[in-house]
Design a protein. Structure first.
Length: 248
């Protein structure tokens, strides 16, 4: 693993909501780095002038109070929204210059874990984790082996047939992590993943995230839980009102 490879590169990134006139992903910004037809100057920017890099294989906290812009920055990184201005490069791909066909392939290299898990209530734990592989056309034999191994890794071997409403909050988050990494992403983004968990469940979840990181996955975790951050020290991006600030 090359220590100097950047998984995420942000250069003077800004984001403004809403942006009804934005061009499709893959269009170039203007020579000044501005994208045309934003939501208007009267709409405040939720992210302003962000400049940072996250290197391949790093673990990085994303910190700040509620409303600071953490979720918006994660949305940029998993390609749910586009920057209003600036340059975003993910795993060597300049997003503005990317051909349309390249973006679905890039998204498959990004795993996302949400605070509310977003599991499908009518599917078992096994089938929730298997879903991304089935959508990608993975043969059922290798799929079953991979999903079974992942659920064993997160400690849910005996609950593979359980639906989400039969699992605790911590167990649901472990299913969500297994689903997020089943396709072996290069980048894992977690948005307040411990927000609904007790201390013991949160610690178990952090152990899983650190283990993934040790295996080479770049991990970014958004949280406002300072106790958790002190317990697991790592470099941090700190947002305040949409701007990066120096962490004391």
């Amino acid at each position: 693993m090359a220590a100097n490879r950047d998984t995420v590169l942000c250069e003077n990134i800004g984001l403004r909501y809403p942006a009804p006139g934005r061009p499709p992903l893959g269009r170039h910004p203007s020579p000044g780095g501005q994208y045309p037809a934003t939501g208007g100057e009267d709409v405040p920017e939720v992210l302003q002038g962000l400049r940072f890099t996250i290197q391949e294989g790093e673990f990085r906290w994303l910190l700040g109070p509620s409303g600071a812009g953490k979720s918006s920055l994660l949305k940029l990184m998993y390609l749910a929204v586009r920057p209003t201005s600036g340059r975003l490069v993910l795993m060597g791909q300049d997003i503005a210059a990317a051909p349309r066909h390249a973006l679905p392939l890039l998204r498959r290299r990004i795993g996302v874990v949400f605070q509310d898990c977003r599991l499908l209530s009518y599917l078992s734990a096994f089938d929730n984790v298997a879903l991304p592989l089935r959508l990608a056309g993975r043969p059922e034999g290798p799929l079953r082996a991979d999903v079974t191994e992942l659920l064993r890794w997160v400690g849910l071997t005996r609950k593979m047939a359980h639906r989400p409403d039969q699992l605790s909050g911590g167990e649901q988050q472990r299913v969500a992590i297994a689903r997020a990494v089943v396709a072996r992403p290069a980048l894992l983004l977690a948005d307040e993943p411990t927000g609904n968990l007790d201390d013991a469940q949160a610690e178990r979840l952090m152990q899983l995230l650190h283990e993934l990181n040790r295996l080479g996955t770049t991990v970014v975790v958004a949280t406002h839980n300072e106790t958790l951050v002190r317990r697991h020290p790592a470099p941090a991006l700190v947002l305040d009102d949409g701007r990066l600030k120096v962490r004391p």
